[in-house]
Write a protein of this length. Structure first.
Lengths: 272, 264
């Protein structure tokens, strides 16, 4: 049964220096309060895998020096432009980048989810992404002839870190239609979840809710983080704080501005 | 669901006058893209693509609900229920007819670069990354390339990094690929056999000579190149009344800047 942690910091204990940490895409519920807590704790040398892309979360972790290896398909602030600390870190060769393409990451997580060593995927052949991924292979389709196809090795992260609208007292987590959160939990050795709230009813008792529920069986620790995606949004609950993301984009454009941002909003701020 | 929910309580702080406001470049480009797409069943739109999203929603508004439109970052205009992978699985099944891609660099063979310029390990310029291009470019039948900065910096003889190639060897599974490149200056059509662009039309206010001057790659240029038709009154009404409020959910800055629509 998952540990119902009294604080976010307690729930984050499995995320030690050097782990492979899986985090979700922007619209799936990004645990930003937990991310700030990790930065406050000073986590280092993460192998960060963003399924399949990231925005503010990866940029903050990279800027704060928490990331050694980044594996994802893109990092950007969307309408607010390039992710400044990601861009600076790559250009300075301060982190090792493992470029991917979105469905390749989904497939690699699905391989781990199924307990198989790899997953095939169409496309990719002729892309320079493949040229820089010695861990990806091309084979001839054994069921066809003269039909090359790419194989992605299974990705089995040490820890998945996700945020969801609610959990029950048994540690079942309601993820709704953000199904990749279940895939991440299935594929990862451990899963840490922050939630908006804990409910008294058993989520698996209601068939409507059960279909969108990640069973506590797959979850190691849960903590409450109200408004836990801020300044990003949580689907169907609250929208992104675009004014704040714009402020981040402006401040993080320089290393000094980023440092001020972290002082003010990461070290200065605590869970609401 | 009440009517108010459908528009999500949109405010018009700087209401665009439907009849007198001049045609904006973004409206022209969306109209061009909608025409290039043609008659299809499912248009999907990825990240950071406000003009393609406008075009897709325009196509749906014209078709009274068809084609299906999937805006990846939208809650409202997105029917997927199987997580982030469903778009790619759907495309792999052949159920996505249209997708849009761009590039920090695009070359004359339709190769796109979303990664960077210079040494991969320590690049001089870094772009966000390849997103889903290295799969979708191969499996979606009609990929429309778009780039609103038409310059020799962006349209280059040869990209520094191929995120996804414009064409593939005959034995590589490839039902999809580029059909056109839409820029702020013109529309290029793509010939898949020859892996080359042909100048199709030049937008009003731009010229064939200007396109040549600002394009870094070789392309075919017919003797006579027409001017891109401007969107008609009915199209502008749909864009400003129906599409603009829908856009505000995913692209609030774009909707505010182009259509004067804020909030969602």
């Amino acid at each position: 049964m998952p540990v119902m942690a009294p604080t976010i910091e307690d729930a984050l204990a499995p995320i030690r220096d050097g782990v492979m940490l899986a985090v979700p895409r922007e619209v799936a519920g990004v645990p930003m309060e937990a991310t700030r807590a990790l930065i406050r704790r000073g986590v280092r040398n993460l192998h960060l895998v963003a399924l399949p892309t990231s925005s503010l979360q990866a940029d903050l972790l990279i800027g704060a020096g928490c990331v050694a290896v980044l594996e994802t398909s893109a990092v950007s602030l969307g309408e607010f432009g390039a992710a400044p600390r990601f861009t600076a870190a790559i250009m300075a060769a301060a982190i090792r980048m493992k470029d991917a393409t979105c469905p390749a990451l989904h497939a690699a997580f699905q391989a781990a989810e199924k307990g198989v060593p790899f997953m095939p995927l169409r496309g990719i052949i002729g892309s320079d992404i493949l040229a820089h991924r010695p861990d990806w292979r091309v084979i001839d389709n054994p069921f066809g002839g003269n039909d090359p196809i790419v194989l992605l090795p299974a990705l089995r992260p040490d820890v998945a870190l996700i945020h969801a609208p609610m959990a029950d007292r048994a540690g079942n987590v309601w993820i709704g239609r953000q199904r990749e959160l279940a895939t991440m939990a299935h594929a990862s050795a451990k899963t840490v979840v922050t939630v908006e709230k804990i409910v008294d009813d058993d989520l698996l008792d209601d068939p409507v809710l059960a279909a969108g529920t990640l069973p506590g069986f797959y979850v190691d620790a849960i903590a409450v983080a109200e408004n836990g995606c801020w300044p990003l949004g949580l689907p169907d609950r609250y929208g992104a704080d675009f004014a704040h993301i714009g402020e981040y984009a402006r401040m993080a454009a320089t290393a000094e501005g980023f440092a001020r941002y972290v002082d003010e909003y990461v070290h200065g701020r605590r869970a609401a | 669901m009440s009517m108010n929910m459908c528009t999500g309580g949109v405010r018009r702080d700087a209401m665009v006058n439907l009849d007198t406001a001049p045609i904006r470049d973004q409206e022209l480009l969306a109209d061009v893209i909608t025409r290039v797409i043609g008659d299809v069943r499912h248009i999907a739109v990825g990240n950071a693509s406000p003009i393609p999203a406008t075009a897709a929603l325009l196509a749906r508004a014209r078709g009274h609900g068809m084609p299906y439109v999937s805006l990846l970052q939208s809650r409202k205009h997105n029917f997927f229920t199987d997580g982030g992978r469903e778009l790619f699985d759907c495309a792999g099944q052949g159920r996505v007819d249209v997708f849009f891609l761009s590039g920090g660099e695009i070359d004359g063979a339709g190769n796109i670069n979303l990664v960077g310029i210079g040494d991969y390990e320590k690049p001089a310029v870094r772009f966000p990354g390849s997103f889903g291009s290295a799969h979708l470019y191969y499996v979606v039948p009609k990929v429309v390339l778009f780039r609103t900065e038409h310059s020799r910096r962006t349209l280059v003889p040869r990209v520094s990094f191929i995120s996804a190639p414009g064409g593939s060897a005959p034995n590589v599974y490839r039902p999809g690929g580029p059909i056109a490149l839409v820029t702020n200056r013109c529309l290029f059509a793509f010939d898949r056999e020859r892996r080359r662009f042909r100048l199709d039309s030049v937008h009003p206010g731009h010229s064939v000579a200007e396109v040549a001057e600002n394009t870094g790659f070789d392309y075919d240029c017919p003797q006579i190149v027409g001017t891109t038709p401007v969107p008609g009154h009915d199209t502008l009404r749909l864009l400003r009344q129906v599409v603009a409020p829908q856009l505000a959910e995913v692209y609030p800055q774009f909707a505010a800047a182009v259509f004067g629509v804020t909030g969602h």
